[in-house]
Design a protein around this ligand. Structure first.
Ligand SMILES: [Zn+2]
Length: 45
């Protein structure tokens, strides 16, 4: 799975994750998670 914010590959066991519209998204870092949480519609596929 890839980080939807920065497009980097992310380990499935990443501690940084969010749910949006019933889907889980993983992030490489807290910074990317926070960006996603602010405007998930801009990043969710
Ligand atoms: Zn990232």
């Amino acid at each position: 799975m890839n980080d939807p914010v920065c497009k980097m590959p992310v380990n499935d066991k990443s501690a940084f994750r969010s749910e949006y519209k019933g889907k889980s998204y993983l992030f490489c870092s807290k910074q990317c998670k926070e960006k996603f949480d602010k405007s998930p519609e801009a990043y969710a596929r």
